[in-house]
Design a protein around this ligand. Structure first.
Ligand code: MG
Length: 305
């Protein structure tokens, strides 16, 4: 039974458009437009934004401007929760030269994706992250961990909950402060979400330290998100205008769109701190001024109405 009394009063939206989103688009957004996007997103009241990645410029050209971008948005870093992805020690060295107070590391639950995306086995990638996480924490930074392929993998099929919680336990042991559970190919359905969260319970990892990151490739993102919220999750990742596409399927739909998520949460009486009209104005700006294809159904329905 749908029980409203189990819903939280508020949910924290973690906006991933400027990093995860733009990394997986075919175009490269110029630095000044990224800066404007981040400023606009911050002004909507979105409480947390992932803004950049310190990967090698030749590997991800769309995010090659991380150092310059962080200088441009430096004033926002003291007033807003913002993070950047750090793949290794070199990335951490760059992050520590900025005003960032949070970094993120990106692990995989499956060997196939780890080798394809991180160029390492799961174990070797975790060995690279351990000193990075510890040094970041010693330097006073929060560290967000991501695990991708938490439900399905394009080569391996269904992923066992044990694979996910083994990686999670290791990352928490190294000192991460939050973990985002990623359904990278978007195949999970709500029962899978319940099963995986139960596996986290079995390792005594509290839900207050977990976030969910669903992709809408199979149309399941909002159902899975609501299931996670009913199960006690209060941090949800999403991307303005659904930026990001899907890197592993022909579908145009990848990241859950922030506008659709806010529409649902506010409809349920759950506060987000976000000014929905300001969010729509940002979507309209992306579409009109930047020429980005909006994939949020709520934004498409409401803009120019
Ligand atoms: Mg994503």
């Amino acid at each position: 039974m749908f029980d409203r009394s189990t819903l939280p009063n508020s949910v924290t939206i973690y906006e991933v458009g400027p990093r995860d989103g733009l990394q997986n688009e075919k175009f490269v957004l110029p630095t000044l437009l990224k800066v404007e996007l981040i400023k606009r997103l911050a002004s909507t009241g979105i409480p947390a934004i992932e803004v950049a990645s310190f990967v090698r410029a030749d590997l991800v050209p769309a995010l090659a401007d991380a150092d310059e971008l962080l200088l441009e948005i430096a004033p926002l870093l003291s007033t807003h929760r913002m993070s950047a992805l750090v793949p290794n020690q070199k990335g951490l060295d760059r992050a520590l030269k900025t005003e960032l107070r949070e970094i993120a590391v990106f692990a995989s639950a499956t060997e196939s994706f780890s080798k394809a995306n991180l160029n390492n086995s799961v174990a070797d990638s975790l060995d690279i992250f351990t000193p990075v996480i510890r040094q970041a924490r010693d330097s006073g930074l929060d560290v967000r961990g991501y695990i991708s392929m938490c439900f399905g993998d394009p080569l391996e099929g269904k992923v066992s909950t044990k694979q996910v919680v083994d990686v999670a336990e290791r990352l928490f042991g190294d000192g991460i402060t939050q973990l985002s559970i990623g359904d990278t190919i978007g195949t999970a359905t709500p029962g899978d979400v319940v099963d995986l969260l139960a596996a986290f319970d079995s390792r005594a990892i509290p839900r207050s330290l977990l976030a969910v990151h669903f992709h809408d490739t199979y149309g399941q993102a909002l159902s899975n998100t609501l299931t996670a919220i009913l199960e006690g999750i209060t941090t949800v990742d999403s991307s303005i205008a659904g930026l990001g596409g899907c890197p592993f399927a022909k579908s145009a739909t990848g990241n859950l769109a922030t506008e659709d998520l806010v529409w649902q949460l506010h409809g349920l009486g759950i506060s987000t701190g976000i000014d929905f009209q300001a969010l729509l104005d940002t979507s309209a700006w992306l579409a009109e001024k930047v020429g980005i294809n909006i994939r949020s159904k709520a934004a498409i329905a409401l803009i120019n109405q």
